[in-house]
Design a protein around this ligand. Structure first.
Ligand code: HDE
Length: 679
């Protein structure tokens, strides 16, 4: 991308340009601008003598280094971000006066940070966990932050329990284990003793918690918010991001192997897609409920452990976000970005969801210690693209040089400016909800059904997804040491599904649940990933080629590329392979540097290679087969698949004819995983 394109036509990009620095080709200086003559030897008293205090260059360099780290986020520490743009399909003036949701001619700059929740900043990315999906819209009316997750509900109903939840989820304090994992005693003890967690635990044990890619997961605002139009009329709303490529997951064994082979798997995938011009796209969806219908549901719409089934409240797709630019510097942008669900614009307001209400406090508070003071809004990535003026002053690392003698309101010396803006001219006015109640520490009766939607989720799963849930519970509880905690969890999930709880009780040698089970029969097909978009686009195929290769294989790769499928060649050595017609294939990986788990599919071309070559190739194929991935074979590969007794299995495409092979293999790749295999 040319530098010109990087800047022009995007207000956030233009703003960031003034902060960018290129050090390449420049003279080395101190931070005071002094040119440095020597940067390898500290100043010493004699060649073999002690270092001198007066070596300001050494001291400055070392001091800066000593303070390079800032506290990591207490949750969502491991994250990766990209810039993008949001475009609206149709005006939503009927529901909201938010300018960026009214004007279809505008492209609103965005910045999105994806994250895992539990792990430290350097932890692996394909662990079982919820994923953060936080979006900053740099609108002309100020920053709007949609700070969501890839799961539409949460573990708890009241923010006051968040520290307890996170203490239970994080590594246990006496030995700081396990890293980035919920498979341990304190997490499951919390679950069993805080049963409002049941619904989210179902999601966390499902395939949603091991996404294939940040590009292939949904995003949810979780809470109920309000949209308010210019007549002051409000509607309740839930926000969704729907990935254009569909919602797809890894399998658990694969996810664990990737954690070791490529702990950066998700950021690499996002980074490379954007560098390749395969820009990730997500449609913004709204579920809207009229205020008059607030009490017409069999759950409380303020309860963050409940979703609104899409079949009952359809998701209206209102616009699209495209992530089209990687960051220039991860620390300056991804690490220093500060999201806050309380960053709203006129036309968007809150509900009384007690989880949301607590979040409105926590996010600014946490930035104060993380970013070192109250001026984090001045950091380039956090600055709004519209002007901002007020009487706030000073504090650590203040950048703005506010001129003039007046820093108070009201005043006469500056004609009472900066002045408030009336609502009619764009001033933010809180929705005038009537509130009337006694001060009370309690929870509404309407929040007390913890199991119906957990069962709804279970009922909505396909058979393979149900099996994955059984396996996940068996794995996680198999890691729990306390027999009592194991049994409590079995008994709890007996309320969700007897089938599920009995299955994992057996696996962990606990007593099966004794109750009657759930009477809920409702399901929501939108929750099953089997019903998601299926597309071959941007899928990565590992192509195994020997020392010689037929030109037909190169043609097949070219045809796959036309459907958006990326072939990457693997062999025993790097270098080029020359096909029989003189065309060249570049080997990108060897059997040592690559592994089947980093590909969506494997295509074996084969070609001359020794016995070790064939053994390595078959290891790739068998592992991909066990992970239900599409496998293609042509040329010698065809024969190898037959020998391995894989030919004819679902999702194994072996073709003599080129065109037919390309067609069938492309279809098999679109399916993502072939669950109907015997593995
Ligand atoms: Fe957060 N959360 N959260 N959270 N959250 C943070 O803010 C908090 C919750 C979410 O990429 C922290 O800047 C409380 C729900 C994301 O920078 C902190 C409660 C949802 C991110 C915090 C919740 C989220 C955070 C830590 C319960 C989905 C990462 C660092 C009341 C809707 C944002 C920071 C990024 C980060 C508090 C629950 C999403 C401590 C108190 C529900 C995506 O302020």
């Amino acid at each position: 991308m040319s530098d010109q394109n990087k800047v022009n036509g995007n207000s956030k990009n233009e703003q960031l340009e003034q902060y960018r620095a290129d050090d390449k080709g420049k003279k080395l200086t101190t931070n005071q601008g002094l040119k440095v003559a020597e940067d390898e030897f500290s100043l010493k008293a004699g060649e073999r003598g002690p270092t001198l205090m007066e070596d300001f260059h050494f001291r400055e360099k070392m001091t800066h280094f000593d303070h390079e780290r800032i506290p990591e986020r207490i949750v969502h520490a491991r994250g990766f971000a990209a810039h993008g743009e949001f475009e609206l399909y149709e005006s939503l003036g009927e529901f909201t006066k938010a300018d960026f949701l009214n004007d279809t001619s505008k492209k609103t700059p965005t910045f999105v940070r994806f994250s895992t929740v539990a792990g430290s900043r350097g932890s692996a990315e394909t662990v079982r966990d919820a994923r953060g999906f936080a979006t900053k819209f740099y609108t002309e009316e100020g920053n709007y932050d949609l700070v969501g997750n890839n799961i539409p509900v949460f573990f708890i109903q009241d923010a006051i329990k968040f520290p307890d939840l996170v203490h239970a989820l994080k590594p246990e304090p006496h030995n700081e284990m396990p890293q980035a994992a919920s498979a341990h005693d304190t997490f499951w003890d919390f679950v069993a003793n805080n049963q409002e967690s049941a619904h989210m635990v179902m999601w966390a044990m499902s395939d949603r918690a091991i996404p294939r890619s940040f590009r292939m997961m949904e995003g949810f605002g979780v809470h109920t918010f309000r949209l308010v139009n210019d007549e002051g009329k409000a509607h309740f709303v839930k926000f969704h991001w729907k990935p254009v490529l569909g919602t797809h997951s890894l399998v658990w064994d694969e996810a664990q192997k990737i954690s070791g082979k490529d702990p950066d798997f998700h950021r690499r995938d996002l980074w490379e897609s954007i560098e390749n011009g395969d820009y990730p796209e997500y449609e913004l969806g709204l579920q809207i409920i009229a205020e008059d219908d607030e009490f017409n549901f069999d759950f409380d719409i303020l309860d963050p452990t409940k979703l609104w089934p899409e079949e009952d409240v359809p998701v209206k797709l209102v616009g699209k976000m495209t992530l089209n630019r990687n960051v220039d510097n991860v620390f300056a942008e991804t690490e220093q970005v500060a999201f806050h669900p309380g960053h709203v614009v006129p036309g968007i307001d809150f509900s009384n969801d007690p989880l949301l209400q607590g979040r409105l406090f926590s996010y600014t508070d946490t930035q104060l210690s993380r970013l070192g003071g109250p001026n984090f809004h001045e950091l380039p990535i956090n600055r709004p693209v519209c002007p901002f003026h007020n009487n706030q002053r000073d504090g650590i690392s203040r950048h703005t040089i506010n001129r003039g003698q007046v820093s108070y309101h009201k005043n006469s010396l500056a004609a009472n400016t900066p002045s408030p803006t009336p609502e009619a001219e764009g001033g933010y006015v809180h929705y005038q909800e009537k509130v009337d109640g006694r001060k009370i520490r309690s929870r509404s009766e309407s929040f007390k059904d913890h199991f119906s939607q957990a069962t709804l989720f279970w009922n909505s799963m396909s058979e393979p997804e149900k099996q994955h849930l059984k396996n996940a519970f068996s794995f996680e509880l198999g890691k729990v040491k306390s027999k009592s905690v194991q049994q409590q969890v079995v008994d709890m999930f007996g309320n969700v599904s007897l089938e599920l709880a009995t299955a994992f009780a057996e696996a962990i040698d606990a007593v099966p649940p004794q109750g009657e089970g759930s009477t809920v029969t409702k399901s929501s097909p939108a929750l099953s990933q089997l019903n998601t978009v299926k597309s071959p686009k941007t899928r990565k195929v590992g192509v195994i080629v020997g020392t010689t290769v037929s030109s037909e294989a190169a043609e097949i790769l070219q045809s796959l590329k036309e459907s958006g499928i990326q072939g990457e060649c693997i062999s025993d050595k790097l270098g080029k392979r020359i096909a029989d017609d003189g065309s060249e294939l570049e080997i990108m990986h060897t059997f040592l540097t690559a592994t089947s788990v980093i590909f969506d599919a494997i295509y074996v071309v084969g070609g001359s290679g020794d016995a070790t070559f064939k053994k390595n190739a078959l290891h790739f194929v068998n592992e991909a087969f066990a992970h239900f991935k599409p496998i293609g074979g042509t040329h010698e590969g065809l024969q190898w698949l037959k020998e391995a007794e894989l030919a004819g299995e679902p999702g194994v495409v072996s073709g003599e004819g080129k065109d037919e092979f390309v067609k069938n293999f492309t279809e098999a790749i679109s399916v993502h995983r072939h669950w109907n295999r015997q593995v």
